[in-house]
Design a protein around this ligand. Structure first.
Ligand code: ADP
Ligand code: MG
Length: 342
């Protein structure tokens, strides 16, 4: 057996990239979450070849200061937390400081940003480029505001990973569903999406009902039940599908915890139980629901992509979800009873 040696930072990043950026859609998620954390009101997304050739995100957020540009591409460098305490109550989508470093280690990346501080735009923008983790010096650039990131040729130089990528249309479909999740959680942000130069989606800023109608469908919103329930520091709000609108697939199931799309057993169990008596057992409910709770009551640092969470008091969450949803569903049952029946 050879002697132990330290892996280079570059190799560490490339290995980590496999966890954080599994495919173009996961790189896109990291970029969009950064734009959302930066307070953007408008996002433009341009993809080529399902994102494997190009992922470009243009935002109008707070930007990055020139001196921080290189740091943004470093592993474990973040502006979002600085202590264990912060981690326990993290309110941003990102916090691990590894999204950009991971992407930059397996692509050619260009990051252009114009920093805004106290409502004051800096004199001009700066750009840094990184080629598979090798960083160049920042250069002055032109940009009205915010940040523009281009990720070229994700994984083309990492054959082991590249062979796992599917066809462009499959990768695009993954990107689209990623964008849809983030779009549902942020209806106040205008979003446009282009693929291979063609406009695919354009969602104007609006409320959840409008956004959900555009993404899940008019029928879902029109027949859906508006939920807004609270108990202590827990709040559940959003739209849950009418039991008459059961689907044969789980495609229209969106559940967010503190603004983050998650898949969680406790949540799914509660939803299934709530719909048990009103939905045919072969069909799946549609929903777009948001659970808000004290960040200290949920651990989001369970999985590198943060799709899994762990509730501190999962039984209490289960009971709250079940009670709230049963109540919402019962209302419609009662409301739908024809008048005049004894
Ligand atoms: P994290 O999001 O976990 O902090 P990232 O690697 O994704 O880690 O980003 C590193 C840092 O770069 C962020 O903490 C943030 O300060 C900055 N950053 C990245 N993208 C943007 C953006 N679009 N707008 C403003 N700042 C950004
Ligand atoms: Mg991030």
């Amino acid at each position: 057996m050879p002697r132990i040696q330290r892996l280079s930072d570059h190799l560490v990043n490339q290995i980590a990239a496999g966890e954080v950026v599994e495919r173009p859609a996961s790189a896109l998620k990291e970029l969009l979450e950064n734009s959302i954390d930066a307070g953007s009101t408008s996002l433009q997304i341009e993809l080529q070849a399902g994102g494997s050739k190009l992922i470009k995100v243009i935002d109008d957020g707070c930007g990055i200061a020139k001196d921080d540009l290189g740091l943004a591409l470093h592993r474990h460098a973040t502006s979002k937390i600085s202590s264990m305490d912060d981690l326990a109550k993290v309110g941003t989508l990102g916090f691990r400081g590894e999204g950009l470093a991971s992407i930059a280690s397996v692509s050619r990346l260009s990051l252009t940003s114009r920093f805004t501080e106290n409502d004051q735009l800096s004199a001009h923008a700066w750009r840094v480029e990184a080629d598979h983790g090798h960083l160049l010096e920042p250069e002055p650039a032109a940009l009205a505001c915010g940040t523009t990131i281009e990720v070229h040729e994700l994984y083309t130089q990492v054959p082991a990973r590249k062979k796992f990528l599917k066809s462009d249309s499959t990768e695009y479909a993954h990107c689209l569903s990623m964008v849809e999740r983030l779009a549902l959680a942020n209806p106040q942000i205008q979003i446009t999406l282009l693929h291979n130069g063609k406009a695919q989606q354009r969602w104007l800023a609006g409320d959840l009902a409008k956004r959900a109608a555009a993404i899940i469908g008019d029928e879902f919103v029109q027949s859906g039940i508006v939920v807004d329930e609270g108990f202590g520091s827990l709040r559940l709000h959003g739209i849950t599908g009418s039991p008459t609108l059961g689907k044969t697939s789980r495609e229209a199931q969106y559940f967010f915890v503190n603004g983050r799309f998650v898949r969680d057993k406790v949540v799914m169990h509660a939803l299934k139980e709530a719909y048990r008596d009103v939905l045919h057992h072969n069909l799946h409910a549609s929903f777009c629901l948001f659970l808000e709770l004290d960040p200290e009551g949920v651990d989001v640092n369970v999985h590198p992509t943060k799709i899994e969470v762990r509730f501190r008091e999962s039984q209490a969450i289960y009971r709250f979800l079940l009670t709230s949803l049963s109540k919402a569903l019962a209302q419609t049952k009662a409301g739908k009873q024809p008048e005049g029946i004894d």
